[in-house]
Design a protein around this ligand. Structure first.
Ligand SMILES: Cc1cc2nc3c(=O)[nH]c(=O)nc-3n(C[C@H](O)[C@H](O)[C@H](O)COP(=O)(O)O)c2cc1C
Length: 162
């Protein structure tokens, strides 16, 4: 069976984009950046406060663009920074507005020391009809051994390298 892979991610300061690009090199497919219509402020303290309120309120921002042919993918990597122990609101918005029933979801995240926290659980909650595989997490922009960590993990979850 041919496996059509999509990698979607949100990033604020670039770490999750870097990880998404590394994964893309390994698994191929299409890469798509989830962007809110209104960008988050650059200032760390401002975005931390804004995100805290949005997550508390379950706010899901409008997104800048959509993926037209989602139905053609069967494996979707979903990447987010750890924001307040969960996925960033634009990722929650993406998962809420798109029907990923029957698809395989592969979560990945970058974080500042808190690891995956509730990320895998919260993705599973938003995608109850999807198969959610073991997640991948790295601290910040990922250290030197990230390549072998990625390869081991992909082998474990059974995603083919290109
Ligand atoms: C709004 C906000 C909330 C964050 N909350 C957490 C957290 O709860 N736990 C954690 O480990 N890191 C937290 N971080 C750090 C980010 O997860 C980390 O810097 C991540 O690599 C950023 O990814 P990005 O460069 O793709 O935006 C937070 C960062 C921001 C901006």
């Amino acid at each position: 069976m041919s496996d059509h892979v999509l990698l979607v991610y949100f990033t604020h300061s670039g770490n999750t984009r870097k990880l998404a690009e590394l994964l893309h090199e390994k698994v191929g497919g299409e890469l798509f950046e989830i962007q809110p219509e209104i960008p988050y402020p650059d200032s760390y303290n401002t975005v931390v406060e804004q995100a805290k309120k949005e997550i508390r309120d379950g706010y899901k921002p409008a997104l800048k663009s959509e993926i037209g042919n989602l139905e053609s993918y069967n494996t979707i990597f979903v990447g987010s920074p750890n924001w307040w122990s969960t996925i960033a609101p634009p990722v929650a918005a993406f998962l809420s507005k798109n029907d990923l029933s029957g698809k395989t979801i592969v979560p990945f995240c970058t974080h500042g020391g808190g690891g995956l926290a509730r990320i895998e659980r919260d993705i599973t909650k938003l995608c109850p009809q999807s198969t959610v595989l073991e997640s991948f997490e790295v601290y910040g922009s990922a250290g030197g051994n990230v390549h072998s960590k990625i390869t081991d993990w992909l082998q474990r979850i059974g995603v083919a390298l290109q």
